[in-house]
Design a protein around this ligand. Structure first.
Ligand code: NI
Length: 175
């Protein structure tokens, strides 16, 4: 990339685009290399470990992640990711989301997943993992179907968290 990567604005709840079902990326869609590079730059700046295209207003099945374990950058671009296997065993992990800044909750999900996707060349790939990687993959793929981590917690907890978010975003907007 010859120019500095332009960052994208991250949408916050309750933007309706975060609740939409994203469309599959067509084979050879020429926007994807640039969009995924901008998504990665936006995610690093936030900072976060995962970002899905609907969070930047692009209703496409595209996800970027980088767990940045041991401080080593390891960006992964997942085009049309799909969970093809998950463990019956579950794990609880605290999650947050760049679209719900400052909000966190314990979420229960399958402990291990296998995801099939295409890389930027269109080649079919698989990624499999547990722990943070499993939670991150499921969280990001959920975004492609308009599902947020708060949908996995009790209605009482969700409403509390969404009210707190609305209040904090309002204060932020007022400067
Ligand atoms: Ni998220």
């Amino acid at each position: 990339m010859t120019t500095e990567t332009e960052l994208l604005p991250i949408l916050y709840v309750p933007d309706p685009r975060l609740r939409a079902k994203a469309k599959p990326v067509a084979q050879g869609d020429s926007r994807i290399p640039d969009l995924s590079a901008r998504m990665l730059a936006t995610m690093y700046k936030a900072p976060g470990i995962g970002l899905a295209a609907p969070q930047v207003g692009e209703l496409l099945r595209l996800v970027v992640i980088d767990l940045h374990e041991n401080d080593v950058p390891a960006p992964v671009v997942l085009v049309n990711p799909e969970i093809v296997a998950e463990s019956s065993e579950t794990a609880v992990r605290e999650e947050g989301c760049l679209s719900l800044p400052g909000q966190y909750a314990d979420v229960t999900r399958p402990a291990r997943v296998k995801v099939r996707y295409q890389d930027l060349t269109g080649a079919k790939r698989e990624i499999e993992g547990d722990g943070l990687l499993a939670a991150c993959l499921q969280h990001e793929i959920d975004h492609l179907d308009g599902v947020l981590f708060v949908d996995h917690i009790s209605a009482l907890k969700r409403n509390m968290l969404l009210r707190k978010l609305a209040k904090e975003l309002k204060l932020k907007a007022q400067g």
